[in-house]
Write a protein that binds this ligand. Structure first.
Ligand code: ATP
Length: 207
């Protein structure tokens, strides 16, 4: 009689996706990126993590973290396989990805982790806080983004996987500009997110 227990123990747990950003506001492109990465990499879950104090974004036009987090929850809704974490909202100081990843690892020590980013961000990774340490802990899932060429980081090719997302030509900066000018944002913002931004007068939007 043989036991199946060793087989069960040997099986690695499914990977988790972490998707950090300012989400100022969260939009259809973010949703498409999260869903595409989940599908392509067989991720158990993708956790969207709004940053409280983004180290790279100028604070101009940055909506309060509480509002951005609420809009991310509205974007995600009840979609299976997506979740939202307030981990960076609870931490003081700049929201360094390395600190977030370490905290997730303490909770899920055996899980392989993918950090999801748009292709436009890859060349900026060497400006991130202790980025080499970060690359040892996670692999980056790079989501294609219209107009953004993928420039791989020399010497780290094995730490990156490319994910083809359905071309969502959407950017938060364009949405902010349109909301501020009282123009339509079409389908780029789900109705619940748009209604929230209008109700709270974010980005100069008026209901
Ligand atoms: P902004 O226009 O203000 O720079 P952004 O949407 O690029 O906004 P973030 O909210 O910080 O900025 O983006 C979070 C992550 O989502 C980043 O890795 C970014 O590259 C990625 N991302 C944003 N929009 C898209 C999109 N349309 N397709 C794929 N990835 C995207």
């Amino acid at each position: 009689m043989f036991s199946i227990v060793p087989l069960l123990i040997a099986r690695p747990p499914p990977p988790l996706g972490l998707f950090g950003g300012t989400f100022n506001p969260p939009h259809r492109g973010h949703l498409a990126a999260a869903l595409a990465a989940r599908r392509a990499l067989g991720l158990d879950r993708v956790i969207l993590i709004p940053s409280r104090v983004p180290p790279h974004k100028p604070p101009r036009q940055l909506a309060p973290a509480r509002d951005r987090a609420r809009m991310v929850r509205l974007l995600v809704g009840r979609r299976p396989g997506l979740a939202v974490s307030g981990i960076e909202l609870r931490r003081r100081g700049p929201s360094f990805t390395l600190d977030t990843v370490r905290a997730v690892q303490r909770r899920h020590p055996r899980r392989p982790l993918y950090f999801i980013i748009g292709a436009d961000w890859v060349r900026k990774i060497p400006t991130w806080h202790r980025w080499r340490d970060l690359l040892r802990l996670v692999r980056f899932a790079v989501v294609t983004r219209p107009g953004a060429a993928l420039v791989p980081l020399r010497g780290y090719a094995d730490r990156f996987v490319l994910v083809h997302a359905p071309g969502a030509d959407v950017s938060a900066s364009r949405i902010r500009a349109r909301l501020g000018a009282g123009r339509s944002v079409g389908r780029d913002l789900p109705p619940a997110v748009r209604a929230y931004a209008l109700r709270h007068g974010l980005y100069g939007a008026r209901a």
